[in-house]
Ligand binder design. Structure first.
Ligand code: CMC
Length: 427
Protein backbone atom coordinates (compact mmCIF):
# COMPACT_ATOMS: atom_id res chain seq x y z
CA UNK A 1 0.00 0.00 0.00
CA UNK A 2 1.27 3.49 -0.86
CA UNK A 3 2.30 5.53 2.14
CA UNK A 4 0.25 8.65 2.92
CA UNK A 5 0.50 11.44 5.47
CA UNK A 6 -2.53 12.27 7.54
CA UNK A 7 -3.25 15.91 8.13
CA UNK A 8 -5.84 16.90 10.69
CA UNK A 9 -7.29 20.37 10.23
CA UNK A 10 -10.28 21.80 12.03
CA UNK A 11 -11.21 18.32 13.15
CA UNK A 12 -11.21 16.89 9.64
CA UNK A 13 -8.60 14.44 8.45
CA UNK A 14 -6.97 14.46 5.00
CA UNK A 15 -4.71 11.89 3.39
CA UNK A 16 -1.81 13.34 1.43
CA UNK A 17 0.38 11.20 -0.85
CA UNK A 18 4.00 10.62 0.16
CA UNK A 19 6.67 10.73 -2.54
CA UNK A 20 9.84 8.71 -1.96
CA UNK A 21 12.94 9.45 -4.02
CA UNK A 22 15.40 6.85 -5.30
CA UNK A 23 17.74 7.64 -2.40
CA UNK A 24 14.95 7.40 0.16
CA UNK A 25 14.25 11.14 0.50
CA UNK A 26 10.64 11.65 1.52
CA UNK A 27 8.21 14.39 0.66
CA UNK A 28 4.53 15.06 1.26
CA UNK A 29 2.75 15.91 -1.96
CA UNK A 30 0.62 18.95 -1.16
CA UNK A 31 -0.44 19.72 -4.73
CA UNK A 32 -4.12 19.38 -3.84
CA UNK A 33 -3.87 20.84 -0.33
CA UNK A 34 -5.51 24.20 -1.02
CA UNK A 35 -8.18 22.72 -3.20
CA UNK A 36 -9.07 20.18 -0.51
CA UNK A 37 -8.60 22.24 2.65
CA UNK A 38 -8.37 25.95 1.73
CA UNK A 39 -4.94 26.05 3.40
CA UNK A 40 -1.55 26.72 1.86
CA UNK A 41 1.85 26.00 3.40
CA UNK A 42 4.17 28.78 4.57
CA UNK A 43 7.88 28.22 3.99
CA UNK A 44 9.91 31.43 3.47
CA UNK A 45 13.16 30.65 1.67
CA UNK A 46 11.66 27.28 0.61
CA UNK A 47 13.83 25.37 3.11
CA UNK A 48 11.28 22.54 3.24
CA UNK A 49 9.70 22.87 -0.16
CA UNK A 50 10.46 20.58 -3.07
CA UNK A 51 9.78 22.54 -6.25
CA UNK A 52 10.25 19.65 -8.66
CA UNK A 53 11.13 16.01 -9.07
CA UNK A 54 14.57 15.77 -10.61
CA UNK A 55 16.95 13.10 -11.88
CA UNK A 56 20.01 15.32 -12.14
CA UNK A 57 21.78 15.84 -8.82
CA UNK A 58 21.59 14.15 -5.46
CA UNK A 59 22.75 15.85 -2.28
CA UNK A 60 22.69 14.54 1.26
CA UNK A 61 23.45 17.52 3.45
CA UNK A 62 23.80 15.47 6.62
CA UNK A 63 26.31 13.05 5.14
CA UNK A 64 28.09 15.51 2.83
CA UNK A 65 27.20 13.65 -0.36
CA UNK A 66 27.04 15.19 -3.82
CA UNK A 67 26.44 13.13 -6.97
CA UNK A 68 25.76 14.14 -10.55
CA UNK A 69 23.49 11.62 -12.29
CA UNK A 70 24.48 9.16 -9.59
CA UNK A 71 28.25 9.58 -9.92
CA UNK A 72 30.04 10.92 -6.82
CA UNK A 73 31.55 14.35 -7.42
CA UNK A 74 34.84 13.07 -5.96
CA UNK A 75 35.15 10.53 -8.79
CA UNK A 76 34.32 13.10 -11.42
CA UNK A 77 36.83 15.58 -9.97
CA UNK A 78 39.51 12.93 -10.03
CA UNK A 79 38.82 11.27 -13.36
CA UNK A 80 36.59 13.37 -15.58
CA UNK A 81 36.84 16.67 -17.43
CA UNK A 82 34.50 19.62 -17.26
CA UNK A 83 33.23 19.00 -20.79
CA UNK A 84 32.49 15.35 -20.06
CA UNK A 85 30.75 16.30 -16.79
CA UNK A 86 28.68 18.90 -18.63
CA UNK A 87 27.59 16.23 -21.12
CA UNK A 88 26.72 13.92 -18.25
CA UNK A 89 24.56 16.52 -16.53
CA UNK A 90 22.74 17.62 -19.65
CA UNK A 91 22.24 14.18 -21.22
CA UNK A 92 21.96 11.99 -18.16
CA UNK A 93 24.86 9.68 -19.08
CA UNK A 94 28.56 9.79 -19.85
CA UNK A 95 29.33 10.37 -23.54
CA UNK A 96 30.55 7.58 -25.79
CA UNK A 97 33.99 8.16 -27.32
CA UNK A 98 32.32 9.33 -30.53
CA UNK A 99 30.02 11.70 -28.64
CA UNK A 100 32.91 13.06 -26.64
CA UNK A 101 34.77 13.94 -29.85
CA UNK A 102 31.73 15.45 -31.53
CA UNK A 103 31.02 17.53 -28.40
CA UNK A 104 34.58 18.85 -28.35
CA UNK A 105 34.41 19.65 -32.06
CA UNK A 106 31.10 21.49 -31.60
CA UNK A 107 32.48 23.47 -28.67
CA UNK A 108 35.29 24.61 -30.94
CA UNK A 109 32.95 25.38 -33.82
CA UNK A 110 30.72 27.53 -31.62
CA UNK A 111 33.46 29.28 -29.71
CA UNK A 112 33.48 32.60 -31.52
CA UNK A 113 31.01 35.29 -30.57
CA UNK A 114 29.60 37.72 -33.08
CA UNK A 115 32.06 40.55 -33.66
CA UNK A 116 29.29 43.10 -33.06
CA UNK A 117 29.03 41.85 -29.49
CA UNK A 118 32.44 43.35 -28.83
CA UNK A 119 30.86 46.78 -29.29
CA UNK A 120 28.54 46.01 -26.40
CA UNK A 121 31.44 45.05 -24.19
CA UNK A 122 33.40 48.13 -25.14
CA UNK A 123 30.59 50.44 -24.13
CA UNK A 124 30.19 49.21 -20.57
CA UNK A 125 31.86 51.58 -18.11
CA UNK A 126 35.36 50.37 -17.20
CA UNK A 127 34.35 49.78 -13.59
CA UNK A 128 31.29 47.70 -14.47
CA UNK A 129 31.19 44.41 -12.57
CA UNK A 130 31.78 41.43 -14.91
CA UNK A 131 28.71 39.66 -13.49
CA UNK A 132 26.50 42.55 -14.57
CA UNK A 133 28.13 42.42 -17.99
CA UNK A 134 27.74 38.65 -18.24
CA UNK A 135 24.08 38.75 -17.30
CA UNK A 136 23.39 41.43 -19.93
CA UNK A 137 25.42 39.65 -22.59
CA UNK A 138 23.69 36.37 -21.88
CA UNK A 139 20.37 38.03 -22.57
CA UNK A 140 21.77 39.81 -25.62
CA UNK A 141 22.91 36.49 -27.14
CA UNK A 142 19.32 35.79 -28.13
CA UNK A 143 19.36 38.69 -30.58
CA UNK A 144 22.47 37.32 -32.23
CA UNK A 145 21.66 33.61 -32.06
CA UNK A 146 17.95 32.93 -32.07
CA UNK A 147 16.99 29.99 -29.93
CA UNK A 148 16.86 26.65 -31.68
CA UNK A 149 14.60 24.25 -29.91
CA UNK A 150 12.28 22.62 -32.40
CA UNK A 151 14.11 19.31 -32.28
CA UNK A 152 16.35 17.63 -29.73
CA UNK A 153 19.28 18.14 -32.08
CA UNK A 154 18.58 21.86 -32.34
CA UNK A 155 18.20 22.23 -28.59
CA UNK A 156 21.54 20.46 -28.11
CA UNK A 157 23.11 22.92 -30.51
CA UNK A 158 21.86 25.78 -28.33
CA UNK A 159 23.28 24.15 -25.17
CA UNK A 160 26.68 23.59 -26.78
CA UNK A 161 26.68 27.08 -28.20
CA UNK A 162 26.02 28.52 -24.77
CA UNK A 163 28.67 26.37 -23.09
CA UNK A 164 31.24 27.49 -25.59
CA UNK A 165 30.32 31.13 -25.84
CA UNK A 166 30.07 31.85 -22.12
CA UNK A 167 33.76 31.05 -21.85
CA UNK A 168 34.67 33.29 -24.80
CA UNK A 169 32.49 36.12 -23.47
CA UNK A 170 34.02 35.91 -20.00
CA UNK A 171 37.59 36.10 -21.30
CA UNK A 172 36.62 38.79 -23.78
CA UNK A 173 35.09 40.99 -21.09
CA UNK A 174 38.27 40.66 -19.03
CA UNK A 175 40.49 41.66 -21.94
CA UNK A 176 38.29 44.58 -22.94
CA UNK A 177 38.01 45.82 -19.37
CA UNK A 178 41.80 45.91 -19.28
CA UNK A 179 41.91 47.83 -22.54
CA UNK A 180 43.63 44.89 -24.24
CA UNK A 181 43.12 43.19 -27.55
CA UNK A 182 40.75 40.24 -27.45
CA UNK A 183 42.41 36.83 -27.80
CA UNK A 184 40.44 34.45 -30.00
CA UNK A 185 39.74 30.82 -29.11
CA UNK A 186 42.03 28.25 -30.68
CA UNK A 187 40.80 24.93 -32.08
CA UNK A 188 43.93 23.11 -30.92
CA UNK A 189 43.21 23.81 -27.24
CA UNK A 190 40.85 22.00 -24.90
CA UNK A 191 37.95 23.87 -23.29
CA UNK A 192 39.84 24.86 -20.14
CA UNK A 193 43.20 25.48 -21.85
CA UNK A 194 41.42 27.76 -24.30
CA UNK A 195 39.92 29.80 -21.50
CA UNK A 196 43.25 30.33 -19.77
CA UNK A 197 44.86 31.26 -23.07
CA UNK A 198 42.10 33.74 -23.96
CA UNK A 199 42.48 35.31 -20.52
CA UNK A 200 46.23 35.57 -20.30
CA UNK A 201 47.86 35.41 -23.71
CA UNK A 202 49.07 38.73 -25.08
CA UNK A 203 51.19 39.86 -28.04
CA UNK A 204 53.89 41.10 -25.66
CA UNK A 205 53.86 38.09 -23.34
CA UNK A 206 52.79 34.80 -24.86
CA UNK A 207 51.06 32.56 -22.34
CA UNK A 208 52.26 29.03 -21.78
CA UNK A 209 49.32 26.86 -20.93
CA UNK A 210 50.28 24.80 -17.89
CA UNK A 211 48.63 21.34 -17.91
CA UNK A 212 48.43 21.34 -14.10
CA UNK A 213 46.47 24.58 -14.14
CA UNK A 214 44.24 23.19 -16.89
CA UNK A 215 43.58 20.18 -14.64
CA UNK A 216 42.89 22.46 -11.65
CA UNK A 217 40.43 24.49 -13.74
CA UNK A 218 38.67 21.30 -14.84
CA UNK A 219 38.26 20.29 -11.20
CA UNK A 220 37.17 23.80 -10.20
CA UNK A 221 34.42 23.84 -12.81
CA UNK A 222 33.35 20.23 -12.17
CA UNK A 223 32.84 21.12 -8.50
CA UNK A 224 30.58 24.00 -9.48
CA UNK A 225 28.69 22.22 -12.26
CA UNK A 226 25.39 21.63 -10.46
CA UNK A 227 23.91 21.82 -6.99
CA UNK A 228 20.25 20.95 -7.44
CA UNK A 229 17.67 23.64 -6.57
CA UNK A 230 20.00 26.41 -5.33
CA UNK A 231 19.10 30.10 -5.66
CA UNK A 232 20.36 30.65 -9.23
CA UNK A 233 19.09 27.31 -10.54
CA UNK A 234 15.73 27.96 -8.96
CA UNK A 235 15.81 31.36 -10.69
CA UNK A 236 16.46 29.69 -14.06
CA UNK A 237 13.59 27.26 -13.48
CA UNK A 238 11.19 29.92 -12.17
CA UNK A 239 11.91 32.37 -14.97
CA UNK A 240 11.91 29.55 -17.53
CA UNK A 241 8.55 28.30 -16.32
CA UNK A 242 6.98 31.44 -17.80
CA UNK A 243 8.18 29.99 -21.16
CA UNK A 244 10.66 32.79 -21.64
CA UNK A 245 13.57 32.06 -23.99
CA UNK A 246 16.53 30.14 -22.59
CA UNK A 247 18.92 33.11 -22.80
CA UNK A 248 16.66 35.27 -20.64
CA UNK A 249 16.29 32.48 -18.06
CA UNK A 250 20.07 31.99 -17.91
CA UNK A 251 20.59 35.70 -17.61
CA UNK A 252 18.36 35.59 -14.52
CA UNK A 253 20.48 32.72 -13.23
CA UNK A 254 23.67 34.76 -13.61
CA UNK A 255 22.06 37.69 -11.83
CA UNK A 256 20.95 35.47 -8.93
CA UNK A 257 24.38 33.91 -8.62
CA UNK A 258 25.99 37.33 -8.22
CA UNK A 259 24.72 37.77 -4.64
CA UNK A 260 27.25 37.39 -1.80
CA UNK A 261 25.09 34.80 -0.04
CA UNK A 262 25.31 32.66 -3.17
CA UNK A 263 28.06 32.62 -5.85
CA UNK A 264 29.27 36.09 -4.95
CA UNK A 265 30.59 34.58 -1.72
CA UNK A 266 33.84 33.58 -3.45
CA UNK A 267 34.65 37.24 -4.03
CA UNK A 268 33.44 38.17 -0.54
CA UNK A 269 35.65 35.49 1.06
CA UNK A 270 38.84 36.71 -0.58
CA UNK A 271 37.99 40.31 0.28
CA UNK A 272 37.42 39.25 3.89
CA UNK A 273 40.75 37.39 4.01
CA UNK A 274 42.57 40.35 2.44
CA UNK A 275 40.97 42.70 4.94
CA UNK A 276 42.12 40.48 7.81
CA UNK A 277 45.65 40.47 6.41
CA UNK A 278 45.70 44.22 5.82
CA UNK A 279 44.13 45.33 9.08
CA UNK A 280 46.02 42.87 11.25
CA UNK A 281 42.82 42.00 13.12
CA UNK A 282 43.09 38.55 14.71
CA UNK A 283 41.18 35.54 13.49
CA UNK A 284 39.58 35.23 16.96
CA UNK A 285 38.24 38.77 16.65
CA UNK A 286 36.76 37.99 13.24
CA UNK A 287 35.05 34.87 14.58
CA UNK A 288 33.76 36.88 17.55
CA UNK A 289 32.26 39.44 15.16
CA UNK A 290 30.64 36.73 13.05
CA UNK A 291 28.91 35.42 16.18
CA UNK A 292 27.68 38.77 17.49
CA UNK A 293 23.88 39.04 17.32
CA UNK A 294 23.94 42.80 16.76
CA UNK A 295 26.46 42.65 13.89
CA UNK A 296 25.34 41.70 10.38
CA UNK A 297 28.87 40.48 9.53
CA UNK A 298 29.03 36.77 8.65
CA UNK A 299 31.96 34.50 8.13
CA UNK A 300 31.86 34.37 4.36
CA UNK A 301 32.37 30.92 2.87
CA UNK A 302 30.81 29.31 5.93
CA UNK A 303 27.41 27.71 6.29
CA UNK A 304 25.02 26.20 3.81
CA UNK A 305 21.28 25.69 3.50
CA UNK A 306 21.67 21.98 2.75
CA UNK A 307 25.05 20.88 4.11
CA UNK A 308 25.06 20.38 7.83
CA UNK A 309 28.55 18.90 7.63
CA UNK A 310 31.68 19.69 5.64
CA UNK A 311 30.80 20.57 2.05
CA UNK A 312 32.36 17.75 -0.06
CA UNK A 313 33.38 20.33 -2.66
CA UNK A 314 35.22 22.39 -0.04
CA UNK A 315 37.26 19.33 0.95
CA UNK A 316 38.51 18.92 -2.62
CA UNK A 317 39.02 22.67 -3.04
CA UNK A 318 41.09 22.89 0.14
CA UNK A 319 43.40 20.14 -1.10
CA UNK A 320 43.60 21.86 -4.46
CA UNK A 321 44.87 25.07 -2.81
CA UNK A 322 47.92 23.18 -1.57
CA UNK A 323 48.46 21.38 -4.89
CA UNK A 324 48.16 24.50 -7.03
CA UNK A 325 50.28 26.70 -4.76
CA UNK A 326 53.01 24.10 -4.49
CA UNK A 327 52.98 23.49 -8.24
CA UNK A 328 53.34 27.23 -8.85
CA UNK A 329 55.88 27.45 -6.04
CA UNK A 330 53.82 30.29 -4.61
CA UNK A 331 53.11 31.20 -1.04
CA UNK A 332 49.77 32.82 -0.32
CA UNK A 333 49.40 34.23 3.19
CA UNK A 334 45.62 34.18 2.71
CA UNK A 335 45.68 30.36 2.76
CA UNK A 336 47.23 30.41 6.22
CA UNK A 337 44.60 32.87 7.40
CA UNK A 338 41.82 30.75 5.89
CA UNK A 339 43.10 27.57 7.54
CA UNK A 340 43.43 29.32 10.89
CA UNK A 341 39.95 30.79 10.54
CA UNK A 342 38.55 27.35 9.80
CA UNK A 343 40.37 25.86 12.78
CA UNK A 344 39.03 28.50 15.18
CA UNK A 345 35.49 28.37 13.81
CA UNK A 346 35.26 24.59 13.82
CA UNK A 347 36.15 24.42 17.50
CA UNK A 348 33.75 27.18 18.49
CA UNK A 349 30.42 26.11 19.96
CA UNK A 350 28.51 28.73 17.92
CA UNK A 351 29.64 27.13 14.64
CA UNK A 352 29.43 23.58 16.02
CA UNK A 353 25.89 24.01 17.33
CA UNK A 354 24.67 25.61 14.11
CA UNK A 355 26.49 23.08 11.89
CA UNK A 356 28.41 25.78 10.08
CA UNK A 357 31.29 24.40 8.00
CA UNK A 358 33.34 25.79 5.12
CA UNK A 359 31.46 25.71 1.84
CA UNK A 360 32.84 25.56 -1.70
CA UNK A 361 33.56 29.29 -1.73
CA UNK A 362 35.82 29.30 1.31
CA UNK A 363 38.92 28.00 -0.46
CA UNK A 364 38.01 28.52 -4.13
CA UNK A 365 39.23 32.12 -4.27
CA UNK A 366 42.72 31.08 -3.24
CA UNK A 367 42.87 28.65 -6.17
CA UNK A 368 41.59 31.31 -8.56
CA UNK A 369 44.01 33.92 -7.22
CA UNK A 370 46.90 31.53 -7.77
CA UNK A 371 45.76 31.03 -11.38
CA UNK A 372 45.89 34.80 -11.86
CA UNK A 373 42.12 35.31 -12.10
CA UNK A 374 41.23 38.83 -10.94
CA UNK A 375 38.93 39.05 -7.93
CA UNK A 376 36.00 40.63 -9.74
CA UNK A 377 36.00 37.65 -12.14
CA UNK A 378 35.65 35.04 -9.38
CA UNK A 379 31.86 34.82 -9.57
CA UNK A 380 32.05 34.71 -13.37
CA UNK A 381 34.21 31.59 -12.93
CA UNK A 382 31.44 30.12 -10.78
CA UNK A 383 28.89 31.03 -13.47
CA UNK A 384 30.84 29.28 -16.24
CA UNK A 385 31.05 26.20 -14.03
CA UNK A 386 27.34 26.30 -13.13
CA UNK A 387 26.12 26.65 -16.72
CA UNK A 388 25.86 22.87 -17.39
CA UNK A 389 23.68 22.56 -14.29
CA UNK A 390 21.44 25.43 -15.35
CA UNK A 391 21.12 23.88 -18.82
CA UNK A 392 20.34 20.42 -17.46
CA UNK A 393 17.72 21.81 -15.08
CA UNK A 394 16.21 23.97 -17.80
CA UNK A 395 16.06 20.96 -20.13
CA UNK A 396 14.43 18.81 -17.47
CA UNK A 397 11.77 21.47 -16.92
CA UNK A 398 11.22 22.11 -20.62
CA UNK A 399 10.85 18.39 -21.37
CA UNK A 400 8.30 17.90 -18.61
CA UNK A 401 4.82 17.99 -20.20
CA UNK A 402 3.48 19.24 -16.84
CA UNK A 403 5.99 22.08 -16.41
CA UNK A 404 3.83 24.45 -14.44
CA UNK A 405 4.41 28.16 -14.20
CA UNK A 406 6.09 28.96 -10.87
CA UNK A 407 3.70 30.99 -8.83
CA UNK A 408 4.04 30.77 -5.05
CA UNK A 409 1.24 31.92 -2.80
CA UNK A 410 1.50 34.16 0.25
CA UNK A 411 -0.23 34.90 3.50
CA UNK A 412 -1.47 38.48 3.37
CA UNK A 413 -0.88 40.46 6.58
CA UNK A 414 -1.64 43.95 5.25
CA UNK A 415 -4.52 46.35 5.83
CA UNK A 416 -8.09 45.10 5.60
CA UNK A 417 -10.35 46.74 3.07
CA UNK A 418 -10.58 50.53 3.52
CA UNK A 419 -11.86 53.44 1.49
CA UNK A 420 -9.81 55.68 -0.73
CA UNK A 421 -9.44 59.22 0.65
CA UNK A 422 -9.23 61.95 -2.02
CA UNK A 423 -5.97 63.96 -1.99
CA UNK A 424 -7.86 67.17 -1.11
CA UNK A 425 -9.08 65.58 2.11
CA UNK A 426 -5.66 64.35 3.19
CA UNK A 427 -3.20 66.40 5.26
N1 CMC B 1 28.59 33.27 9.81
C1 CMC B 1 27.98 33.43 10.99
N2 CMC B 1 26.76 32.95 11.30
C2 CMC B 1 26.13 32.26 10.35
C3 CMC B 1 26.71 32.02 9.07
C4 CMC B 1 27.98 32.57 8.83
N3 CMC B 1 28.57 32.38 7.65
N4 CMC B 1 25.86 31.30 8.31
C5 CMC B 1 24.78 31.07 9.07
N5 CMC B 1 24.94 31.64 10.29
C6 CMC B 1 24.00 31.58 11.43
C7 CMC B 1 22.84 32.52 11.20
O1 CMC B 1 23.09 33.78 11.78
C8 CMC B 1 21.71 31.78 11.87
O2 CMC B 1 21.82 31.99 13.25
P1 CMC B 1 20.45 32.09 14.16
O3 CMC B 1 19.82 30.73 14.05
O4 CMC B 1 20.97 32.39 15.53
O5 CMC B 1 19.63 33.18 13.57
C9 CMC B 1 22.03 30.31 11.63
O6 CMC B 1 23.46 30.26 11.43
C10 CMC B 1 21.35 29.72 10.41
O7 CMC B 1 21.64 30.57 9.32
P2 CMC B 1 20.59 30.94 8.19
O8 CMC B 1 20.99 32.24 7.57
O9 CMC B 1 19.21 30.84 8.74
O10 CMC B 1 20.83 29.73 7.19
P3 CMC B 1 20.42 29.70 5.68
O11 CMC B 1 20.31 28.28 5.31
O12 CMC B 1 19.23 30.56 5.45
O13 CMC B 1 21.66 30.42 4.95
C11 CMC B 1 23.75 30.77 3.91
C12 CMC B 1 22.68 29.74 4.31
C13 CMC B 1 24.76 30.08 2.98
C14 CMC B 1 23.09 31.91 3.13
C15 CMC B 1 24.44 31.30 5.18
O14 CMC B 1 25.08 30.24 5.85
C16 CMC B 1 25.44 32.42 4.88
O15 CMC B 1 25.05 33.57 4.78
N6 CMC B 1 26.76 32.06 4.68
C17 CMC B 1 27.74 33.04 4.28
C18 CMC B 1 27.65 33.29 2.78
C19 CMC B 1 28.20 32.13 1.99
O16 CMC B 1 29.27 31.61 2.25
N7 CMC B 1 27.47 31.75 0.92
C20 CMC B 1 27.89 30.70 -0.01
C21 CMC B 1 27.03 29.48 0.09
S1 CMC B 1 27.75 28.07 -0.79
C22 CMC B 1 27.76 28.53 -2.43
C23 CMC B 1 26.42 28.42 -3.05
O17 CMC B 1 26.08 27.33 -3.51
O18 CMC B 1 25.69 29.42 -3.06
Amino acid sequence: MEETATLILEGKSYELPVVVGTEGEKGIDITTLRQKTGYITLDPGYGNTGSCISEITFMDGEKGILRYRGIPVEQLAEKSTFVETAFLLINGRLPSQKEFISTSVALNDYSLVHEDMQIFFQNFPRRAHPMGILSSMMNALRSFYPELDNTLEEANKTYLRLLSKIRTMAAMSYKISNGQKVVYPRPDFSYCANFLNMMFDSPVKPYNVDPDLVQALNVFWILHADHEQNCSTAAVRVVGSGRVNIYAALSAGVAALWGPLHGGANQAVIEMLMEIEKSGVTVDEVVKRAKAKDDSFRLMGFGHRVYKTYDPRAKIMKKMCDTVLSKLKTYDPLLDIAKRLEEVALTDSYFIDKNLYPNVDFYSGIVLRAMGIPINMFTVMFAIGRLPGWLAQWKEGAEDPDWKISRPRQIYMGENVRDYIPLSERK
